[in-house]
Ligand binder design. Structure first.
Ligand SMILES: O=C(O)CCC(=O)C(=O)O
Length: 276
């Protein structure tokens, strides 16, 4: 396999830590993704956990999406040909709601190194300034991890309401505006946030966390990931598979159990399930 990215795009990702937009899904694929969201909505007891943690465990549609050639062809350009899916979850904001994502760097709590880690954020509905699209500060992936404070703020979609403690240079902010079926790529160390959805439509993004197969958990903690492309000669992760159908009981059980053994497990105990 070869990457679909040009040398200029790869250089731009290295310089800026973000690259968009890429058209990756056709209308039927977007509709299939939205059908999975409808299936999650129909399961109120499990809904939060399903939206926000390893959602590809319970859906073949999403598991296939994680291995979509158009997505992987771009991802390969920034993390190489041996690609694992470490996580995948929805960021869903209801119409005219207060949910937001504070300024943060993904790497802060993930414990993974080196930083050959990229998120493909795939829009299933319009992601605009009005609907609270992701915003990034290009270049901040180069400055190391900034101090974060944990706010546990109610409307913050992040697990600990983690927020960069220092000021972000708002003059440099770029709005990652995407149409349904388009994706962006962002580096694990880039500072990013998103504002509330003030539009009349849901804002839904499916965030897939890709790691190079050579990446590992710091401190030798055993972690799990799904092979998406290439080979894994490093064996730093136990391999897991995605869903074999839609919401099958065995996959749902596996998903429920997976909350316990991951660094993404929500804290403090009893807190609503949120993304990391
Ligand atoms: O969807 C959002 O608004 C934020 C997404 C995000 O923080 C991420 O994908 O890392």
């Amino acid at each position: 396999m070869a990457t679909s990215l040009s040398a200029a795009q790869i250089q731009s990702f290295r310089d800026n830590g973000v690259l968009f937009p890429f058209r990756v899904l056709d209308d039927a694929e977007v509709a299939a993704g939205l059908a999975v969201v409808a299936g999650i909505d129909a399961r109120p007891d499990e809904r939060k956990g399903l939206l926000l943690h390893k959602t590809h465990y319970v859906s073949k549609t999403l598991s296939d999406l994680c291995r979509h050639p158009r997505i992987l062809d771009a991802v390969e350009g920034v993390i190489g040909p041996n690609i694992l899916v470490w996580g995948a979850n929805f960021f869903l904001k209801e119409p005219r709601s207060d949910a937001y994502v504070s300024w943060h760097q993904d790497a802060t709590y993930w414990g993974l190194e080196p930083s050959d880690i990229v998120t493909a954020w795939v829009a299933l509905t319009p992601s605009t300034v009005e609907s609270g699209c992701m915003r990034v500060v290009p270049g901040t992936h180069k400055g190391g991890i900034m101090a974060h404070k944990e706010t546990w703020a109610q409307d913050n979609l992040l697990s600990r309401g983690q927020e960069i403690a220092v000021d972000v240079d708002l003059d440099k902010v770029v709005d990652v505006v995407l149409k349904p079926g388009e994706m962006s790529l962002h580096h694990v160390d880039i500072a990013h946030n998103s504002e509330p959805n003030r539009s009349a439509q849901r804002r839904i993004g499916f965030a897939i966390r890709y790691v190079g197969a050579h990446v590992k958990q710091a401190g030798g903690v055993r972690d799990k990931a799904m092979l998406a492309r290439g080979e894994d000669r490093w064996h730093h992760f136990d391999h897991e598979e995605g869903g074999t159908g839609e919401f099958l009981p065995a996959d749902m059980d596996r998903h429920a159990r997976s909350w316990g053994g991951t660094r993404l497990a929500p804290k403090p105990p009893g807190d609503a399930a949120k993304a990391s």
